[in-house]
Design a protein around this ligand. Structure first.
Ligand SMILES: *[C@@H]1O[C@H](CO)[C@@H](O)[C@H](O)[C@H]1NC(C)=O
Ligand SMILES: *[C@@H]1O[C@H](CO)[C@@H](O)[C@H](O)[C@H]1NC(C)=O
Ligand SMILES: *[C@@H]1O[C@H](CO)[C@@H](O)[C@H](O)[C@H]1NC(C)=O
Ligand SMILES: *[C@@H]1O[C@H](CO)[C@@H](O)[C@H](O)[C@H]1NC(C)=O
Ligand SMILES: *[C@@H]1O[C@H](CO)[C@@H](O)[C@H](O)[C@H]1NC(C)=O
Ligand SMILES: *[C@@H]1O[C@H](CO)[C@@H](O)[C@H](O)[C@H]1NC(C)=O
Ligand SMILES: *[C@@H]1O[C@H](CO)[C@@H](O)[C@H](O)[C@H]1NC(C)=O
Ligand SMILES: *[C@@H]1O[C@H](CO)[C@@H](O)[C@H](O)[C@H]1NC(C)=O
Ligand SMILES: *[C@@H]1O[C@H](CO)[C@@H](O)[C@H](O)[C@H]1NC(C)=O
Length: 827
């Protein structure tokens, strides 16, 4: 091609213009090209679309990447047909398709839409979805989310859509250096009880078990925390898909199916600037599909891991002993329903054996029966060999072979297995023997238990429920208490379970003189265990509609959170219809007493340097809750009276996880029940019930301004000439009179710059729109001056409206706060 001098002169200019067009507008349209050196950037700059190579390979691919360093590929267009050089281009062809052209101008990949469209544009959305629009009407013609590679991003739908006759599957790469379709795929099939599966060459490799509208019940440690924002949509007409949207959408987090068949959740750890695997399946040997064959049951904690279900024996003893479990097990005796009718007359009926904490078998059949009808329906139908009834799912029946059964040590569901009458007879004889052994055994156990209990109680005043009390071989003699029976033994082992009497003694029978305060969730008492350890006991009010299992789940999880800026949860007590939480006792009580308090603490005045330590400590505790703990807890009631101080005046956040415990699984981004304190609640949360990390940030901002000013947000009245602390702070800020905002007792005004910085951060946190507020890690960087040029805050929320204060009597541990009220009410 010949270029005139003028064209040559023009060329660099055109190129530069071109670059800026294709990146700035973020659109590819007809006659515009995206070259190898160029990228398309999403509006919020989180994703880019462009060319890349993989390790150990010179091939060029085109795809969507997380805009991090190095870019992380989440979608590949030409995964099967790489470009051989860097002269490839992306454009819109004459028929409206998005195409990749090689150096010979030949199309090596196309979005393949038909019929042709005259004018279309491609655009990378903030979700990482690359879409092709009909420019004449904005209709979406094609999107990369409809043809996923190995990554599952927020708002993507994985599953089956009958309206478009499409199945969306994740398809693994062959290897990290070759994105061609590998052996593994993952997705959701239209079954009557949908679940996630991973397939290897089309054969099942792993499955999650059924969705109970909150979690997948075959994944015991998949608590609602992990699934915050997940939804499995099932219209029961064939369309079923899984999707998710985190409350904090800007978080860099995604799911991927790696080339060796592991489904992983990855999270960008900003402190390490690297992806961290936060969740992964298959996790144990037993998670591999059908490990123990038909009618086998897998338990990763036992050895060997495989055993036959009760009433079954190995198909081939020899192979089974050698650890080849593929052939599974057979029934020991034929079901009565399979025999000829003559036997039935004698009233010898099949019966159901209850297996607890199970991962239910694959291929469940959902039947519209409720309660009793579930078992009766199964009994009547000769092909039904097992059933399970689970809230959120309903009645499930199974026929044929029972495959991929697991015994969990926690979680799982009850599975009822159909066995023949003769098995029951054997069971009876067995029971007679047990009946003799058990009383004798229990006496011995009781003595032993008493001794060990004494010993333990002496040491710490708590008892750790041990296998001795609730072991599998003795299911029947620990039945004194309905509640105890319900609780999964494994959970108890993980948690310190306090005896009611010990707590009653420690708090002098919950005497008024031991009462530290009254929080929104119930009164708090100070207690002293027999060994002298001081504790704070929160006696939860009865209003929580949560089931015991859920309660235990949440408590176990929350008790595992440990951070120096969080109050430690020691354990709980669930006896006599009560639920109590036991915390470490904080002698210095809560921050509000220091900030707004009375004379008695005058000598413990918080100077500026102490306040800075407190502010940063709260920030770190909050950061841990929001991300480092992996559980992503949104506090929802951060306020001065919930900040307790240890003897060195280090702050510790208390009551974290309470919102979670109380609201149960309502931890989606919307809640119908607003938990919080007026004055600290972000506008979108107070008014619309929408909460996110940013609503905690708002509360943190209010707290920050309170710490600086030494005044309660709610202490302002009309006569102050300002409606609230926020309005006052804003007034001082725009009037450049920050000195007036600062607590007059603070004398270190030579630190003016640092104080101004704190005020500015506080104001950034209380901005009206959640998306304007910084996240906690940014806040910490701002406070420690890692970020130099802070943005200018916008006018805070609630500065033009009447103040949201309400008089009440809310106290939490150690608080003498009588101004704010923790509200829990329907909207
Ligand atoms: C690239 O090649 C090197 C050397 O053969 C090897 O150690 C490395 O694992 C390879 N990387 C990938 C991603 O395959
Ligand atoms: C490919 O097409 C472009 C114009 O779109 C042209 O400038 C170039 O010469 C063509 N290359 C080949 C190898 O045909
Ligand atoms: C295609 O759409 C763009 C705007 O989206 C417009 O500027 C252009 O004229 C259209 N071209 C044709 C051929 O319709
Ligand atoms: C494409 O369609 C989507 C959805 O209708 C719309 O949000 C977007 O603005 C459109 N883009 C263009 C370039 O028309
Ligand atoms: C759906 O697509 C499959 C192939 O992907 C095809 O065999 C089937 O006929 C289609 N069904 C309908 C209703 O279009
Ligand atoms: C996939 O994940 C598993 C489990 O973390 C890991 O062992 C394996 O190396 C990963 N595969 C690749 C190819 O990175
Ligand atoms: C296990 O048994 C099956 C069937 O009996 C046989 O095909 C398979 O090769 C055996 N596997 C091993 C590892 O011995
Ligand atoms: C049951 O009876 C049928 C005929 O009525 C016979 O074919 C079958 O073999 C019998 N089965 C058994 C287990 O006796
Ligand atoms: C029960 O019987 C019906 C037919 O009456 C059948 O469709 C169903 O699959 C059977 N099995 C179970 C487990 O309900």
């Amino acid at each position: 091609m010949k270029l005139s001098t003028r064209e040559i002169l023009l060329f660099p200019v055109v190129l530069v213009l071109f670059l800026s067009i294709s990146t700035a507008s973020g659109i590819i349209s007809t006659n515009k090209f995206l070259r190898d050196s160029e990228t398309l950037v999403s509006n919020d700059k989180r994703f880019i679309f462009g060319f890349f190579s993989l390790e150990n390979s010179t091939n060029r691919y085109v795809g969507v990447m997380f805009n991090v360093q190095p870019p992380t590929v989440v979608w590949v267009a030409n995964r099967e047909r790489p470009l051989q050089d860097s002269r490839g281009r992306v454009t819109i062809s004459d028929d409206g398709n998005l195409v990749i052209l090689n150096s010979q101008n030949r199309s090596i990949w196309s979005s393949n839409i038909s019929p042709a469209v005259r004018n279309s544009t491609a655009q990378l959305l903030d979700t990482g979805n690359l879409i092709l629009n009909d420019s004449s009407n904005g209709r979406v013609l094609w999107e990369s989310f409809r043809d996923p590679s190995d990554c599952f991003l927020q708002t993507m739908k994985i599953g089956v859509d009958v309206s478009t006759n499409t199945t969306n599957l994740l398809k693994s790469w062959i290897s990290p250096s070759d994105p061609s379709v590998g052996s593994f795929s993952a997705g959701i099939q239209p079954e009557t009880v949908p679940q996630i599966s991973i397939w290897k060459n089309g054969k099942p490799h792993w499955r999650s078990g059924p969705w109970n509208k909150q979690v997948f019940i075959g994944v015991p440690d998949m608590t609602s925390f992990y699934l915050n924002g997940f939804d499995l949509v099932n219209d029961n007409k064939g369309t079923v898909y899984l999707t998710y949207l985190y409350a904090n959408q800007v978080e860099l987090m995604y799911f991927t199916l790696n080339s060796t068949g592991f489904l992983q959740q990855k999270y960008m750890d900003p402190s390490k600037n690297d992806w961290e695997v936060t969740w992964e399946f298959p996790a144990t040997e037993c998670d591999f599909y059908g490990k123990c064959g038909p009618f086998g049951s897998c338990d990763p904690t036992s050895s060997p891991i495989c055993s036959c279900l009760e009433g079954f024996k190995p198909t081939n003893e020899e192979e089974w002993r050698k650890g080849n479990w593929t052939r599974g097990c057979n029934r020991k005796s034929m079901l009565e329903s399979e025999r000829n009718s003559s036997n039935l007359e004698q009233g010898k009926q099949d019966w159901f054996l209850k297996l607890q904490s199970m991962k239910v078998p694959d291929s469940a059949i959902w039947v519209p029966f409720v309660d009793e009808d579930c078992v009766n329906g199964c009994l009547r139908n000769t092909s039904c060999i097992a059933y399970s009834y689970y809230t959120g799912i309903g009645c499930m029946h199974w026929e044929g072979n029972l495959l991929d059964v697991q015994k969990f040590s926690m979680g799982g569901v009850d599975l009822f297995l159909r066995l023949s009458y003769s098995e029951r007879d054997q069971k009876r004889e067995y029971k007679v023997i047990i009946a003799i052994i058990v009383p004798v055994g229990s006496i011995i156990l009781a003595i032993f238990g008493y001794i060990s209990c004494k010993y333990v109680a002496k040491r710490r005043g708590w008892k750790r429920m041990s296998k001795i009390f609730l072991s599998e071989s003795s299911p029947n003699y620990y039945k004194e208490d309905k509640i105890t029976e319900d609780i999964n033994q494994a959970k108890l082992e993980e948690l310190l379970v306090y005896n009611f009497d010990i707590l009653a003694n420690a708090t002098e029978n919950f005497h008024l003189s031991s009462k530290l305060g009254q929080g929104g969730f119930g009164p708090v008492y100070k207690g002293k265990l027999p060994d002298g350890q001081e504790i704070a006991v929160k006696r939860l009010s009865q209003s929580s509609g949560q089931g015991l299992q859920e309660f235990m789940n949440e408590v176990v999880v929350i008790s595992k959170l440990q951070h120096r800026n969080l109050v430690r949860l020691f354990g709980c007590c669930i006896e006599r219809g009560e639920k109590m939480l036991v915390y470490e006792y904080m002698p210095k009580r809560s921050l509000d007493a220091y900030l707004f308090g009375s004379q008695q603490q005058a000598e413990e005045f918080l100077d500026w340097s102490k306040r800075v330590i407190i502010i940063e400590g709260i920030g770190r505790g909050l950061l841990y809750l929001h991300r480092d703990s992996r559980l992503r807890i949104i506090h929802r009631d951060l306020k001065a009276s919930n900040i307790l101080l240890d003897e060195y005046l280090n702050p510790k956040i208390s009551d974290f996880g309470m919102a979670k415990i109380f609201a149960g699984n309502q931890d989606q981004a919307n809640t119908s029940r607003v938990v919080g304190t007026y004055g600290y609640m972000a506008p979108e949360y107070a008014m619309e019930g929408r909460f996110s990390e940013k609503s905690d940030v708002y509360s943190f901002g209010v707290l920050l301004l309170e710490i600086i000013s030494g005044r309660r947000n709610t202490s302002f009245h009309q006569d102050d000439g300002a409606l609230s602390l926020l309005a006052w702070a804003w007034k001082c800020w725009i009037g450049n009179k920050i000195v007036e905002l600062v607590d007059p007792k603070i004398t270190e005004l030579h630190l003016g710059k640092e104080i101004v910085r704190c005020v500015q951060v506080g104001l950034l946190c209380v901005q009206e729109y959640a998306e304007d507020r910084p996240n906690v890690s940014t806040i910490l960087s701002m406070l420690t001056s890692e970020i130099d040029n802070l943005p200018s805050p916008k006018q805070p929320a609630f500065t033009t409206r009447p103040s949201f204060s309400k008089k009440g009597t809310s106290k939490s541990q150690g608080s003498v706060n009588n101004v704010t009220v923790t509200i829990m009410e329907g909207r």
